[in-house]
Design a protein around this ligand. Structure first.
Ligand code: GTP
Ligand code: MG
Length: 351
């Protein structure tokens, strides 16, 4: 899974990236100007950690995802336009939109709702550029012999898409059939992607227009004092708790954002647990036991017999898979079983 941080210039993107990746180097784009900074983030999950503590496995493998931080905007007049800069965002599963709620010394005061509109407008604009380019190509091709029926259909669909974008409406929520969405998938339209808003406050979370932003974006909003949290994270461990208390930081921003990012992207995790390895697997919500087995190993799907399943809650209640089996709480699920978040699975298969 790939998640990325987008926002207006100076909104606090890189600060949030450092907080989520727990790396304190600060932004460095020198190796590849105009390319995003990418780092792998391990997902902290107390449920998986409980399994690790119980099984004491040789290997512990939490879920992980790639996080993208986009470089500061190119100077005006530069040849790298916004659409080019944001092009790598087209392959992301979910966007974290950072909105500045803090005061910059000597700078303009925060304008949260106006900034939300502006950044949403930029997503629409970036998509518009892509659609216009593609339509130009198709228009040129339409005069040639190799113009196909598929091209004609694509042109029609993109015409509809264009109209919506020109009306400054995001593509998410557009009234399209699932086939139409599928055929648009390759474009990776930014304005169609799931969003989570990170409202970056200065010193205090009080008085932030969380509800208004939620309504405007139709997305979850996580309010955060990202810079304070980042500074606290760099203190000696025994001092951290004191400052967390002082700044009213209860659940780390990182954990809240990652959880919302997973939810927005429609992903869940299931676990496999044994002496050898305790591991989390990220799958799309709604996947069957057969599909889940396939993410572990193709052989497991090919020779699938059943999935021995214990829900995490039953596991906690019984204290072990063995006890859960004795109490009849270990279920033998078939191919069609829809895997639930935090299920502990053992696949039985024969090839
Ligand atoms: N007070 C306060 N300042 C912050 C916060 N987050 C970031 N800043 C400051 O705002 C400035 C910009 O932060 P960055 O994280 O670099 O913002 P950015 O969006 O990556 O900026 P560009 O990449 O240049 O577009 C820095 O001086 C940060 O220290 C915050 O939560 N509170
Ligand atoms: Mg930055």
């Amino acid at each position: 899974m790939k998640l990325g941080i987008l926002g207006l210039p100076g909104s606090g993107k890189s600060t949030l990236f450092d907080l989520l990746t727990e790396c304190f180097e600060g932004p460095d784009f020198s190796h590849a100007p105009n390319k995003p900074r990418v780092r792998s983030v391990k997902v902290r999950d107390s449920r998986l950690e409980r399994l690790r503590d119980d099984y004491k496995p040789h290997k512990f493998t939490p879920a992980s995802f790639e996080l993208y931080d986009f470089p500061a905007r190119a100077k005006e007049g530069s040849r790298t336009g916004l659409a080019d800069l944001l092009a790598p965002a087209r392959e992301l599963d979910t966007l974290f939109l950072v909105i500045r709620g803090f005061q910059v010394p000597g700078g303009p005061p925060p304008a949260i709702e106006a900034d939300v509109e502006e950044i949403l407008g930029e997503l629409v604009l970036a998509d518009l550029v892509v659609v216009e380019k593609r339509l130009e190509r198709l228009e040129e091709k339409s005069h040639k012999a190799n113009y196909t029926d598929a091209d004609r259909r694509e042109r029609e669909l993109l015409g509809t898409v264009l109209k919506r974008l020109e009306a400054e409406e995001r593509l998410s929520g557009a009234d399209l059939s699932s086939d139409e969405w599928k055929s648009l998938g390759g474009f990776g339209f930014l304005s169609a992607k799931p969003l989570v808003v990170a409202l970056s406050a200065g010193e205090s979370l009080e008085g932030l227009p969380v509800e208004a932003v939620r309504e405007k974006t139709g997305s979850e909003v996580v309010a955060t004092c990202a810079r304070n949290e980042l500074e606290i994270l760099q203190l000696p461990e025994d001092e951290q708790a004191v400052f967390r208390e002082e700044y009213d930081i209860h659940e780390p921003t990182r954990d809240r954002l990652v959880a919302e990012g997973y939810r927005a992207a429609g992903r869940i995790s299931f676990f496999t647990a044994g002496e050898k390895e305790v591991r989390a697997w990220t799958i799309t919500q709604g996947m069957t036991a057969l599909e889940a087995a396939g993410t572990v190993h193709t052989d497991m799907a090919r020779g699938f017999i059943r999935a021995e399943t214990v829900s995490f809650r039953d596991y906690l209640e019984c204290g072990s898979v063995k006890k859960a089996r004795e109490k009849g709480l270990l279920r033998l699920e078939g191919k069609e079983y829809v895997v639930q978040d935090a299920d502990i699975l053992e696949f039985r298969f024969s090839v």
